[in-house]
Every structure is written in C-alpha cells, then in structure tokens.
Design a protein around this ligand. Structure first.
Ligand code: P53
Length: 473
C-alpha cells in the first residue's frame, strides 16, 4: 500500500464561499462581501476602487450555499463519503466584525464550536484556515489593509482567540490561504487598494512582510497554547513554473518566477528571508521596513508543515514576444502549454505537474506536505437527480495517480482535500456554475434555486477511493 494507513482524505471549502449569512449574528463585512460575480468581478478584483464605489445587483457571498444553516446535513454527506478531514476557514469578521475590536463576538465563536462538534461526531478532523480572502472590510477602508503594520496586532489577537477557544477540537491550522496570492490579486490576499502613483511591488512585499510576521506570531501563540498538539501550516498557491524552451534564458526566467512563489514559503519554513531576495528587491525597487524583533520571530517560529493548492503548472519565457495574446486564464500569468488541455475556464490540466511540484517542494523544505486544494471547475448538468461527472472523476483519478507516484518518490504527505467538495461560489469569478463538488447544490449564478443537495456520480467514486485508501481509483 503506497499511502500510510492514517492518510487524511477529505475535502475543502472556505467560509466566504459557502456560509452566506453575511450579516447574521453580528458578523461584519468581509472584503469579498462587496464583490459581484461574472465579468464585473474581474474588474473589481484588479481595480477594487470600482467595487468600493459601486452598488451591484447581486453579491454571491451574501447567501452563498447557506452553509451557515445547512452545515449539519452537509457534514453528514461528507461523513458518508468517509472523510477523515474537512478543511474550512473561520470567517475573521464573524469573530471580530470590524477587525480592530478588543473583544470577540461570542455568537460567531459559538457557530464554529457547533461546526467542529459536528465534525467530531463523525471522527472528521477539521483543518482550519485562519484567513481565506476575507479580511474584515473595515481594515481596508480604515487602515489600508495589510500595508498597515497594525494588522499584525489585529490578526494576532484574532488568532489567539480562536486557537485558545478550539484547542481541544482542532489540531491542524493554516495561517493564510494562498499567501502568494498577495502578489497576483492584492485585494483578495491583502485587502490592498494600490494607487496609480505607487510602486506596486513595494506595497505588496511590505504587506507580505506583515503577513509573514503575523503568521509566525500565530505559530508562536499556537505553541504556547497547545504545544506540539497543534500542527501549523503555511499555504501556497503552487504549480511549478516550466521554462518554455531549453534555452538557458528561459530556464533562468523559470528559476526567478518560481522564487517569487517560493519566497513566502522559504520565509515561513526556513525562518528567514532567502539569499536571493536582496537582488530581487533591488531590481523591483523594494525596501522592506522591518522592526526590531521581526527577524527573531520569523526564525523562532517556522511552520510544521507545508500545505498547498494545485490546479496547474505554469509556463514562462524570457522572450516578451511570446506573451502577445497567448496567456492562460487564471490569476497567474502563464503562457499556454502546447502539451496540455485546459478546463472550460482556461485552466490548464497537468496531472504530472503535481508530481513535479510535490517533489520540488519536498526537496526544498523536507517537511510534511498537505494537498489542501485540487479539483476541476466545470459546468454540471443535473439530470434525474444526479450529475454524470465523468470528466471530474477523470481529472481527479489522473491527479491522484501522480500524487501516489510522488509518495513513492519519497515525499511525506499528510493528506489530500479536494477543492469545493460541495459546490460553492467561485472565488475568481463569483459564479455558482463553476462547480467542483461531489455534491451538487441547486443554486444558479443569480442566487436562484432551491438550495437542495444532490449526489453526483463522483460522490460514490470518491467514497470508494477513500475506502480503499487510494488503491481503487
Ligand atoms: P475558483 C486563482 C488561481 C489559483 C487558485 O478558484 C485560486 C485562484 C483564485 O481564483 O484560488 C484558490 O473558485 C482559492 C479558492 C478558490 C480556488 O482556488 O476561482 O484558494 O478560494 O475557490 C478555485 O475557480
């Protein structure tokens, strides 16, 4: 058997894409709560000033799939598939509605008590992200988001409260979802609104420094509260960057592009800024402002494990001509790889790239890995109470095969949680019709539908995969 007996099989969602109930029980607004869906979302994500000044007719996060009220029946379905782990996030503005309060909101805390109890009932281990694209909106409008050092203190307070509160219910924690997303969608990652006359890289890397310190302070708090009983992880939007050709200049470009992603994890895992940052920052015109003690905190409190999302590999070239008109469709600037097919949303599909990525991450850090997102966003058709999603089964089968190969290569892997195990709102487009789940949710892009849950064909398939610990794919 390739995988260890206690391998953590499961699925993942995030509070802001599932819970809805956006104002219930004292919750404050999260930054995603002002984002629309479809084409307008694209504009709003890259130019958040527009979103801050526009009233839209539909906000997908406000109701999402109403998980806030349906979590019991949803967790039950996950238990039926045999989940050992369930990844979700705590909504920061449920606990601190504006983000800068001194005292937490008890009603918000009580909700997660109930949610984690429900998991425990079925022996499902929660894997909890502290911050998944939903920093309190007030921290952006009032403080400028993560560019402001004050956010470290607010985040630390929030982290301490939840770590203490759920110490007997949650073992696995992730400090920031896709921390490198800060460089690609700075509003999501850092609540940042960048002015035209600013050096964008300066703002982003300064915000990154604040998050890295905050991540270490959360790890420190975790160790003080619950010692080795907690496992704290970082989280990378991963996907190896390939060189377009064997031209040495393409290869060097790929090294540099990879470092821009690894940078965050290099700090979180090794506890210090890597040697290449001096030159990288100089070339970008970036100067990081640090306070005394920052470097010690980073050094003393690295993460215990490395978690990551994997949807695709990426492709780069040193030749600017190559970029004219031929990029692929997600947040990462990538050339189209002629050897790969793509999803309906233009995300390239590269199962072997998962093995490549896992091997490189493990070689680099020598810490256990955890795949916390992977899956296919596709249009599903509900027919006779189910969805024949063979395309999704195919996607997952190919990725799981390569995951197992990587484990045979010697990679230490804690578990696998597929993304959007139940259909939720898409982060990038705000659509409901971009579905990832084993469980279909009857809701459309406009928020219409019964909200009823249906098992897709992949539901039984995944159940078998878990039952056989990946032997039967
Ligand atoms: P959606 C872009 C590229 C890679 C990962 O994305 C990304 C994004 C953001 O769109 O985000 C992660 O829903 C993220 C999840 C998100 C998932 O990928 O746009 O952690 O919140 O839902 C899939 O298809």
């Amino acid at each position: 058997m390739a995988l260890p007996k206690d391998f953590l099989w499961g699925g993942a969602i995030a509070a802001n894409q599932a819970e809805g109930a956006y104002k219930e029980d004292g919750k404050g607004l999260a930054l995603v709560d002002i984002l629309p869906s479809g084409e307008k979302r694209r504009e709003a994500l890259w130019n958040p000033k527009v979103a801050l000044n526009t009233t839209y007719d539909h906000y997908p996060s406000h109701e999402a799939i109403d998980f806030y009220h349906t979590y019991k029946e949803d967790i039950k379905l996950m238990a039926e598939m045999g989940f050992k782990v369930f990844r979700t996030s705590i909504s920061w503005p449920r606990i601190f509605p504006n983000g800068d309060e001194k005292e937490p909101n008890e009603a918000g805390l009580a909700f997660y008590d109930d949610l984690f109890d429900e998991c425990q009932k079925y022996g499902i281990e929660p894997l909890v992200t502290l911050n998944h694209f939903d920093t309190p909106l007030y921290l952006t409008t009032e403080y400028g988001g993560w560019r402001n050092r004050k956010l470290i203190e607010f985040y630390e307070r929030y982290a301490k409260v939840v770590l203490e509160r759920y110490k007997d219910k949650v073992k696995y924690w992730l400090t920031f979802n896709e921390i490198n997303m800060l460089l690609h969608i700075p509003f999501f990652g850092g609540g940042l609104v960048i002015e035209e006359d600013e050096n964008e890289d300066q703002v982003k890397f300064q915000a990154a420094h604040h998050q890295l310190v905050a991540s270490s302070l959360a790890t420190k708090a975790a160790k003080e509260i619950n010692g080795e009983n907690f496992m704290i992880g970082c989280m990378l939007a991963a996907g190896e960057v390939y060189p377009y050709s064997c031209h040495p200049e393409d290869m060097m470009k790929a090294v540099e592009e990879n470092r821009k992603q690894y940078f965050f994890i290099d700090v979180q895992s090794r506890g210090e800024y890597p040697s290449y940052t001096d030159r990288m920052f100089k070339e970008l015109g970036v100067e990081i402002e640090m306070e005394q003690g920052d470097e010690e905190i980073l050094k003393q409190y690295p993460v215990d494990f490395i978690s990551f999302s994997y949807y695709s590999s990426r492709l780069t070239s040193a030749d600017p001509e190559m970029y004219k008109g031929a990029t692929s469709g997600n947040a990462f600037k990538s050339l189209k790889n002629p050897h790969l097919k793509a999803s309906e949303w233009g995300w390239q599909i590269d199962p072997l790239g998962l093995r490549v990525t896992m091997n490189n991450l493990y070689d680099r850090y020598q810490k256990p890995l955890f795949i916390v997102e992977n899956g296919l966003g596709a249009k599903d058709e509900l027919k006779d109470g189910t969805v024949e999603d063979d395309y999704r089964i195919e996607y997952m089968r190919e990725h799981l095969k390569e995951m197992i190969e990587a484990v045979k290569d010697g990679v230490d892997l804690l578990g696998y949680t597929s993304w959007g195990c139940i259909d939720i709102v898409s982060a990038g487009t705000g659509e409901m019709k971009k579905r990832y789940g084993f469980i279909y949710v009857d809701r459309d892009n406009h928020g219409n539908g019964t909200g009823k849950r249906y098992k897709k064909k992949s539901f039984d398939w995944y159940k078998k995969v878990i039952e056989t610990n990946g032997e039967k794919l």
